[in-house]
Design a protein around this ligand. Structure first.
Ligand SMILES: [Zn+2]
Ligand SMILES: [Zn+2]
Length: 228
């Protein structure tokens, strides 16, 4: 166990309550038969389509609501992406329900190419989606409008998974804007207390956690090891 922990970067030390040795060993040698990038797609794409369909059948929403509410949800996602990464994945010490999620994210920092640590698990994303829906329902006082905002948020989440997965795939990373890729690699290899945004650096600049000017340089050759 100690030897295993010694292989992790110091900035993302294996948490005290990391998975047991056998579980870690099994997960490290485990090779999924299909890429986990399809995991969130398989659940959330049908969910998005179902919510759109249900709202279409029930009706009662204006064209502007059909356009504006998902757009608001998309914008909400960019903030959630930042907050979840900065305040749920990285803080120490580990606590309660988030232990497993934080351990998995620490493993992603230690093994950036391993697909099983890039994509979030259902047992984290599903409760968060339900919680967001209930909070939106409380906020707007109407399940229909709340569900359309959630549609935009889920599309934003799927974009995040696709962008993050592509950053760590050599054949896919070429299709992404270079600055966006460098932003995430800065988080991995320069300072894991900065550059939390993945689909947009917007909130890093708003909250002052963007890359330091002197550090906006080509990432070290080590960064090449983060894509395969
Ligand atoms: Zn990453
Ligand atoms: Zn991170």
């Amino acid at each position: 166990m100690d030897a295993f922990r010694d292989t992790l970067p110091s900035v993302t030390e294996a948490p005290a309550a990391a998975p047991r040795p056998m579980t870690e060993a099994q997960s490290l040698t485990h090779r999924p038969r299909w890429s986990p990038i399809w995991r969130p797609m398989m659940l959330f794409v049908p969910l998005v389509l179902t919510l759109v369909l249900v709202n279409g059948v029930v009706g009662g929403l204006s064209v502007w609501e059909w356009i504006g509410l998902p757009m608001a949800g998309l914008f909400l996602w960019t903030l959630l992406e930042y907050l979840i990464h900065a305040f749920a994945f990285h803080p120490r010490p580990l606590s309660g329900w988030l232990k497993e999620v934080q351990a998995s994210h620490a493993m992603h920092h230690a093994y950036p190419k391993r697909p099983e640590y890039i994509v979030a698990r259902y047992r984290f994303t599903v409760p968060v989606a339900v919680l967001i829906f209930l909070l939106l329902w409380l906020l707007v006082g109407d399940w229909q409008r709340a569900s359309l905002i959630l549609v935009g948020t889920m599309i934003g989440y799927l974009a995040y998974e696709a962008v993050h997965w592509s950053i760590h795939r050599r054949w896919a990373v070429r299709f992404l804007p270079r600055r966006l890729v460098l932003h995430h690699l800065h988080h991995h290899f320069k300072d894991d207390q900065r550059c939390y945004g993945v689909t947009t650096p917007l909130w890093d600049y708003v909250f002052g956690t963007g890359p330091k000017p002197s550090r906006v340089e080509r990432p070290s050759s080590k960064a090449d090891e983060a894509v395969r």
